[in-house]
Design a binder for this molecule. Sequence first.
Ligand code: 13P
Length: 253
Amino acid sequence: MRKLFIAGNWKMNKTATEAAQLVSALVKKVEGLSDKVTMAVCPPFTSLDRIAPLLKGTGVDLGAQNLSDKASGAYTGETSAAMLLDLGVKYVIIGHSERRQYYAETDELVSKKAKFALGAGLLPIVCIGETLKEREANKTSHVITTQLKGSLAGLNAEEMHKVTIAYEPVWAIGTGKTASPDQAQEVHALIRKLLTDAFGKAVADKVIVQYGGSVKADNAKELMAKPDIDGALVGGASLDAEGFSALIKNSIS
Ligand code: 13P
């Protein structure tokens, strides 16, 4: 039995002051739930230091939205794994479709970052997903297979235990169009099969595969009811404490 894992990806939203307010409200509303569900928030880098102390002992973990594939040095604007760890960060989102789309991140870079994060002791949340054009051209399976293999290239079974996969169909992100539970389950089952082929059944059975794309309090439960959907990576609906806590509660009800 896999424990559900629900993480909020705040993207480029909330100042540090706003982030502190949101987290303070959220932790009260989800108190006591961490036995049933793994929870994390992934704010912008600028808020990590401010909210880390507010999360201590609450059962809500801290995640970042990106990291460098380099250890340190002359890489202006980049953030290293060591810097994140030092702030108490546990998870790091890697290869979000917005980074692939707007910042030209490739599967190769994603796999380098994942390897690097793991080596440093961070737990990667590796994102994959097809565009609407790809889905309509019946290329979903091909795209998911290519992205998954490419993004996890070079990882061994022991490392894979520590990786979360987030399936986020690009057409469902921020659009209000959620994949139906059946559509999502079909891709999650494919991901599970690909993981089994690459890393063996024991590993594949343990890996958390989150769904992301317009998950809200009122559709979370039916998505989470599917056998291969083990949680959610939530954008817009994670930006207020009331909605996000309701989403988490509905997921485990
Ligand atoms: P929305 O929940 O806003 O659709 O965003 C999903 C997402 O991209 C999470 O990483």
